[in-house]
Design a protein. Structure first.
Length: 239
């Protein structure tokens, strides 16, 4: 079985559609084990199943929180984080409160993230903050990245995949410049090909969220322009 492990280790293999069934989630887990993906990313209901399916493997359990709008209360996000982490999630992808950010309520945005980070850390998990970049102006993306970094998040992430559009090379480059080399940047939403992955990594991403992971890792690199991909996906900022 030929596949590129360097690429596989960057991918959060994702199934977030509301109609996902138990058998489909199990299939995603089987693919993660087969191809050595960084994690399986699911809604909180599925965390116990995924944790059981991935037990003993290097693939982590990733859970979205406040998904997909980010407008739930901080208390609700904290409760979901604690529940998911208790069930086995080691990575929490929380959605930033976009309306609060756009309204200039930066103290609330930071407090929201800080509370989720504290809850996750208490259970040995890290946090990625989803900005939903397609809704923001560039200056708002910069502010969001600065707040997430200040609040102790491990990553900033482009998108839920449920809004107007997903990751762009330009947004990844802007986010990388803003957070510097010591913080993770995740490209998510519309990343469906090896070409997409290479472009995002070249721009500064070190984790990729995609439901097309199997297709990506089985692509023939000889048909794709761009350099090789390496780095340590366990170390934010090293890509």
């Amino acid at each position: 079985m030929n596949f590129d492990r360097n690429i596989a280790h960057l991918i959060d293999h994702t199934i977030l559609k509301p109609e996902a069934t138990r058998s489909e989630v199990r299939q995603i887990c089987a693919e993660a084990l087969r191809f050595e993906f960084a994690s399986v990313c699911v809604n909180s209901f599925w965390v116990p199943l995924v944790a059981d399916e991935l037990k003993g493997s290097a693939s982590k359990v990733c859970c979205v929180v406040g998904f997909p709008l980010g407008a739930s209360s901080t208390a609700a996000k904290v409760a979901e984080t604690l529940g998911a982490a208790s069930d086995g999630a080691r990575e929490i992808d929380m959605v930033l409160n976009t309306g609060a950010l756009m309204g200039g309520e930066y103290d609330h945005v930071e407090a929201d993230i800080r509370a989720v980070v504290a809850a996750a850390r208490s259970q040995g998990a890290i946090v990625k903050v989803i900005l939903e970049t397609c809704l923001l102006r560039n200056e708002q993306k910069v502010v969001a990245c600065e707040i997430a970094k200040r609040a102790g998040a491990a990553f900033v992430k482009t998108s839920t995949g449920f809004s107007k559009s997903g990751a762009t090379v330009e947004d990844i480059a802007l986010m990388r410049r803003t957070v510097g080399p010591e913080m993770g940047v995740k490209a998510s939403g519309g990343v469906r090909s090896l070409e997409d992955v290479k472009a995002m990594v070249a721009a500064g991403a070190m984790r990729i969220g995609s439901s097309s992971g199997v297709k990506i890792v089985q692509a023939d690199p000889a048909t794709v322009e761009g350099g090789t991909i390496g780095g340590d996906p366990t170390r934010p900022g090293v890509y």
